[in-house]
Design a protein around this ligand. Sequence first.
Ligand code: ADP
Length: 267
Amino acid sequence: MPDTENETVPGGTDVPALRFENVVKKFGENVVLNDLNFDVRKGERVTLIGPSGSGKTTILRLVMTLEELTGGFIYVDGKPLTHELRDGRRVERRPKDVAKMTTMIGMVFQQFNLFPNMSVLENITEAPVHVLGKSKEEADRRARELLDLVGLGDKADAHPTRLSGGQQQRVAIARALAMDPEILLLDEVTSALDPELVGEVLTVLRDIARNTDITMLIVTHEMQFAAEVSNRVLMFDGGRIIEEASPDVMFSDPKQQRTKDFLQAVL
Ligand code: ADP
């Protein structure tokens, strides 16, 4: 019997949370991702490392559908995200169907991207109420729980612009979690912070990694953090994965000269 549940992902029942299949992304003539293939298993934490401009952020933005795929396919939980094969042809999926799938994906950005005209609480409850259709009371209750979780229980009514960068980023993390995502994308979430504020954000993320089974795809230059939370590290260069290993191996005994040079420069 064909396994209809999994027919979009050949190869079995262990459906990955994310699958990149022959993914190509061009900006004009600039080929940023060149026939990229990799899976992220459910519950896995995968960190992407590599030099600036190697395409790491673009991968996250493609998953969030903030960029359009030039070629290939991305599958989320075994289902095609923006494009699918129909009668042997690559076709776009309906925006409504795509939007539905992206509700299970959360993203935290380098620049926080909070709504400046809303309170902290409103930032967190906006999508659960307007996208998921939760009642205001339920969304408020959950938002306050999440604010406690990120150590900002007393900031519900504050204005984001009155908070430090580290606090704003913790609100952004709470906002992403408020959608109960199955997949969390972290895009250099500490890069815009003053050094003394990095720790409080990483502490919150470590706790989330420890206490949830959310699948995470992480772009970071914080190698210590990557070593602590990741199951697997992928080294990118020129839009391709040039090396893949557990953090233990990647950070202590990388094989490729390019990886050695990169790690020597950032560690
Ligand atoms: P990384 O995250 O590894 O630093 P990015 O994914 O941000 O790399 O960028 C990869 C390449 O794509 C770079 O050459 C960058 O200039 C280019 N790029 C990214 N976004 C855009 C865009 N919106 N328009 C044109 N080029 C872009």
